[in-house]
Design a protein around this ligand. Structure first.
Ligand SMILES: Cc1cc2nc3c(=O)[nH]c(=O)nc-3n(C[C@H](O)[C@H](O)[C@H](O)COP(=O)(O)OP(=O)(O)OC[C@H]3O[C@@H](n4cnc5c(N)ncnc54)[C@H](O)[C@@H]3O)c2cc1C
Length: 504
């Protein structure tokens, strides 16, 4: 019999750790505070249609690509229905009034950008070579620890996106076009590392897909496999305390008075929450607590969920990033008067009979300070003023889009909204930030959270320990699980799914 492991949180991080360890024969229980599992993979249904909350598209998911291999290793790939985005324009970046289509694949994108910016052609090629090299340098990309290029990875974790782009590119418009997908990592000028940009650009450039049945299809599959391997998932279990003796963590307590003994504990929630539950122990140093509590969190978002009138909106196989004010880097510097300075617009589901969209979402940055006055309230009971605040922001977004795309307002049957407070309350993420702890090159090693803690049987996982997003979180889970299974063994198991026949 394996060890008794308690995993806190049933988002992608918790479910992945749970599944890998239950399959290894451990006795795993996942504790989830909500009545619905899945964290950011959750969907919600209104007026008979489904909306995704925090996983709208994924990359590198063709069978022989990295995420495809990893999802097959997790035994969930075959039951996921994936819909490819447009290979000629998986992303469309609109700066001012000019539209730039991002085609799939390094060569196609380099060619397309070079046609529009011929004087920069060789610089574009050099920049994309660097992106590829940095992405490929990581152990996970190569599925090999020995082979990884630690020097290259470390260097570009310490240089900002804008400083590296400045070294390669001179055209100011092209510099802005290149960071058009900034909301995918909530990038901040002079802070967000180039390595983050390289990983995400490479990830989606290889292939891009939506979940045909919504992102909850992934959590449902992970749960199905996890329980098949004997794992237990308990919902409505809000963790409030972890007790320790003089050397180890011993029990996890939930708000309903239950107490769970554990040989090992893996917390996938925000690290600041985890150390709060460890308030009684001296096993964590005050300096560690102070550092974790002082880490910056990523920006939050206002989400406008749209249900379209049937048959009115052609289904869009692209994600559209619009910057009416012209500069992606400036979007977080909005004022109450000029919000929003940019937004990301995506469709979710398709009416197959008419090839029209049934639902979509528009995301735009929102600082937590804007909703802080309601932080003491509960979801659905935040009061009239909060509802007014949301309505005003929704109307403002719709007005802006209507101005740019006349007729847009008429296509909307209903809309629903969420703010950073919604994410804070549904996922426990500090300050409602989209992607947990923000990466900042200026903090160096002090800005990073490792999966191991000073408590020998307490580990961390989830988006805060490696990176956010589907691949970042799964890689983080693999790193955490390497405490139980040698990482080389995991890499070998993943590599075994590579099919040479598909490569021909
Ligand atoms: C708006 C938005 C859009 C996004 N779009 C994409 C995308 O298109 N593609 C992509 O790859 N990534 C996307 N992401 C990022 C991605 O969703 C996350 O990085 C990832 O899902 C995080 O997984 P996690 O397990 O670390 O955390 P979470 O999903 O937040 O899970 C944490 C879980 O812990 C639970 N929990 C918290 N506190 C407690 C407690 N006290 N007791 C018990 N349980 C607790 C929560 O309820 C939650 O279920 C998006 C994120 C957001 C917010």
């Amino acid at each position: 019999m394996g060890s008794k492991i308690i995993v806190i949180g049933s988002g992608l991080g918790g479910l992945t750790c749970g599944l890998i360890l239950a399959r290894e024969g451990h006795d795993v229980t996942i504790l989830e505070q909500q009545s619905r599992p899945g964290g950011c993979l959750q969907c919600f249904t209104r007026s008979g249609v489904k909306f995704e909350t925090g996983m709208h598209f994924i990359g590198s998911a063709a069978p022989n690509q990295l995420l495809g291999l990893v999802l097959r290793y997790l035994e969930v790939y075959d039951n996921l229905r994936l819909q490819p985005l447009d290979p000629d324009a998986y992303e469309i970046v609109v700066i001012g009034n000019e539209e730039f289509k991002f085609p799939q694949g390094y060569n196609a994108l380099i060619q397309s950008l070079s046609q529009r910016f011929p004087a920069e052609a060789s610089n574009i090629s050099a920049l994309f070579k660097l992106i590829k090299d940095v992405a490929n340098a990581s152990a996970m990309h190569r599925l090999s620890v020995d082979d990884s290029d630690f020097v290259l990875t470390t260097r570009y974790q310490m240089e900002s996106i804008n400083s590296v782009i400045d070294q390669y590119i001179t055209d100011p418009l092209l510099k802005r076009v290149l960071v058009g997908n900034l909301p995918l990592y909530a990038g901040i000028k002079d802070k967000t590392p180039f390595s983050t940009y390289a990983f995400i650009t490479d990830f989606y450039l290889k292939s891009a897909y939506r979940f045909a049945d919504g992102s909850e299809a992934l959590s449902n599959e992970l749960i199905r496999k996890f329980t098949e391997y004997g794992g237990r998932l308990l919902t409505d279990k809000q963790v409030v305390h972890i007790t320790c003796d003089s050397t180890h963590a011993r029990t996890v307590e939930t708000s309903d008075g239950s107490c769970y003994e554990a040989d090992y504990i893996i917390s996938t929630t925000h690290p600041a929450r985890t150390i709060e539950w460890l308030r009684d122990t001296k096993l964590l140093r005050p300096a560690y607590r102070q550092r974790i509590n002082g880490l910056p969190n990523s920006l939050g978002a206002f989400s406008l969920y749209l249900k379209f009138k049937p048959g009115t909106v052609p289904y869009l196989r692209s994600n559209v990033y619009e910057y009416p004010a012209g500069d992606p880097w400036e979007c977080d510097n909005y004022t109450t008067d000029n919000w929003p300075l940019g937004y990301l617009y995506m469709h979710f589901s398709r009416d197959e009979a008419t090839d029209t969209a049934k639902t979509g979402v528009i995301l735009s940055y929102m600082h937590y300070d804007e909703v802080k006055q309601w932080e003491g309230t509960e979801p659905m009971r935040r009061g009239h003023e909060y509802e007014q605040f949301k309505k005003e922001h929704a109307e403002r977004l719709i007005d802006l889009i209507e101005k740019r795309h006349p007729g847009f307002r008429d296509t909307i049957q209903n809309y629903y909204t969420s703010t950073p407070l919604t994410y804070r309350d549904y996922t426990g993420v500090e300050g409602g930030g989209m992607y947990g702890i923000a990466k900042d090159i200026n903090l160096g090693a002090a800005g990073r959270v490792t999966h191991a803690t000073r408590i020998p049987n307490l580990f961390l996982s989830g988006q805060n320990i490696n990176s956010h997003g589907i691949l970042g979180v799964i890689v983080g889970a693999v790193i955490t699980c390497s405490e139980f299974i040698p990482i080389d063994t995991i890499f070998k198991q993943i590599k075994a799914f590579y099919d040479p026949k598909l490569a021909q």
